[in-house]
Design a protein around this ligand. Structure first.
Ligand SMILES: Cc1cc2nc3c(=O)[nH]c(=O)nc-3n(C[C@H](O)[C@H](O)[C@H](O)COP(=O)(O)OP(=O)(O)OC[C@H]3O[C@@H](n4cnc5c(N)ncnc54)[C@H](O)[C@@H]3O)c2cc1C
Length: 485
């Protein structure tokens, strides 16, 4: 990145305040060479294929970690730094979990977690630690937002200023009920009264005109995984508070990408920790006998550890048998789901005289919720969309084109690549988005060790839950707890 380029966010040049904050991360870019993308599958310091001997079943590991996403890999590094022997068992044939750096249309793409932000302390620290820089997305040249019964193009500055004005009141009072966003229970007395509110409840309280509400409800429904009725007001308010209660900062969460992709950071963390990593090893059973924990894979191999960190998404806990029953809060969280349902990311190669447009749909008014322009191709434009509408077959080019043409009738979609996180058996959902009462009734229990078992995932972080930053936070916290068991 040219040091004199102004980072853009959602089409808006960052205001001076944001630019100064952004410098914390983007300045790192200068020091960073472009990392090789490489296949995430091969990113395995000390990795072995399933069935190989490195994870020998007769070893008593200090800690067995289930899951090689950001939370698990970070926990492994922290425990290795304490001198522990650590085994990581990963179900998939790659590391990264809900982050996955891959390629499409000749470009590096992210199928899951992508952007990092200067306000995310764990990401800033991790990127600096490994001298990995960031590169900002190029800005869109127009923003398509709801207008009447359809959509219209606006200058990005105009559109984002309007959305700022309409969105900000959604969070009225959040300075009071979330005064310290990294300690969400500081005013649990106030949260107890609010945590039952869905985002739809809050939108209804605001009594916006239907046209105005469309500028907000696409965002609330999209983050919630399809319907504003599902997501909790307190959850989105936590992201708002973490963004310094400031729209520009909130909007700039999706601008900067790690150079080399998320896999570059994962590989760096993994290489430093150098745990023993066993891919393609889905775990089916965890047995805690009070002094040791046995972990059994679907293939029937048993590994023993002095303690275990379960670093899988909350949505898949229900598919692991814990022979020592967990508190009901774990079952509730996994059955209700914390990871957003219907979460799909759709990459598109787009042709036509369409420019670099950004589009935000409204609730019920589009099958693609959010469309963001990415790289210019020799033959068109690479675009990424978020889809939380299960009626769209996002593998079907014609259907995706029809969905995109709701925003821009001249768009021609020539190829698509989709990742359906909700259908993926090792996530069963996408980004974290908590539902009403999950904060006040579940979170504190989910963060507590259960016998010799500790849980780690962005789904249960205190700070940037729902982001890679929260996964790192949770991995560090779990490692600290595990070391005491
Ligand atoms: C579409 C999408 C877009 C996103 N965009 C962003 C973004 O721009 N910025 C951002 O910061 N965050 C983003 N996120 C969120 C971010 O990706 C996650 O918060 C983070 O990656 C979660 O990390 P984790 O370690 O908690 O869980 P995961 O990454 O899900 O890791 C859990 C691991 O456990 C493994 N596992 C599951 N079951 C088993 C089993 N039985 N046995 C063994 N292993 C198992 C999984 O395979 C996986 O590797 C996005 C997420 C999605 C889905």
């Amino acid at each position: 990145m040219n040091a004199f380029d102004l980072p853009m966010h959602g089409g808006q040049p960052l205001r001076r305040r944001s630019v100064l904050r952004a410098a914390g991360v983007t300045a790192l870019s200068a020091a960073a060479g472009a990392a090789t993308v490489g296949a995430a599958h091969a990113a395995t310091a000390g990795a072995t294929a399933a069935g190989a001997t490195a994870g020998a079943a007769d070893t008593l590991w200090d800690t067995v970690i289930i899951g090689a996403g950001f939370a698990g890999i970070t926990a492994a590094r922290e425990l290795r730094a304490k001198g522990q022997q650590v085994l990581v068992l990963e179900a998939r044939d790659r590391i990264g979990g809900r982050t996955w750096t891959d390629t499409f249309a000749g470009q590096q793409i992210e199928m899951g977690g992508t952007w990092v932000a200067p306000v995310q302390p764990n990401m800033v620290r991790e990127l600096a630690r490994y001298k990995i820089g960031t590169v900002p997305d190029a800005a869109p040249d127009r923003a398509i937002f709801p207008s009447g019964t359809g959509y219209a193009s606006f200058a990005p500055d105009v559109a984002f200023a309007k959305q700022n004005r309409l969105l900000t009141p959604l969070f009225d009072g959040s300075h009071d009920y979330l005064p310290n966003p990294y300690q969400p229970f500081t005013r649990v007395d106030l949260l107890n009264n609010l945590d039952g509110l869905s985002l739809r409840d809050r939108l209804d309280q605001m009594r916006m005109s239907p046209d105005d509400e469309k500028w907000v409800n696409g965002l609330t429904a999209g983050y919630s995984g399809g319907s504003s009725k599902r997501g909790a007001l307190t959850y989105l308010a936590r992201w708002w508070a973490l963004s310094n209660w400031d729209y520009d900062t909130f909007n700039s969460l999706s601008v900067d990408k790690p150079v080399g992709g998320t896999v570059a950071l994962l590989k760096a963390i993994l290489a430093e920790g150098a745990p023993t990593l066993q891919l393609s090893s889905p775990v089916s059973t965890v047995t805690d006998n009070g002094t040791q924990v046995s972990v059994t894979t679907r293939a029937g191999t048993v590994y023993r550890g002095r303690r275990v960190i379960v670093a899988t998404p909350a949505n898949v806990w229900k598919n692991i048998t814990f022979t020592k029953p967990l508190p009901v809060e774990f079952t509730t969280a996994s059955t209700q789901g914390i990871g957003a349902p219907n979460a799909r990311k759709v990459w598109m190669q787009v042709r036509g005289p369409v420019g670099r447009f950004f589009a935000q749909g409204y609730e019920g008014g589009s099958q693609l919720n959010l469309v963001i322009p990415q790289a210019a191709l020799s033959d068109g434009l690479l675009m990424v969309a978020f889809c939380v509408d299960p009626t769209l077959d996002a593998t079907n080019v014609q259907q995706v084109q029809a969905a995109l043409r709701v925003f821009e009738p001249k768009a021609e979609v020539v190829a698509v690549r989709v990742q359906d996180w909700a259908a993926d058996e090792f996530s069963l959902g996408g980004w974290t988005f908590q539902q009403p009462y999950q904060l006040t009734r579940l979170l504190r229990v989910l963060q507590q060790p259960q016998g010799k078992v500790v849980f780690a995932t962005s789904d249960i972080a205190n700070g940037w839950s729902g982001y890679m930053d929260g996964a790192v936070e949770s991995g560090i916290r779990a490692a600290g707890l595990a070391a005491t068991l």
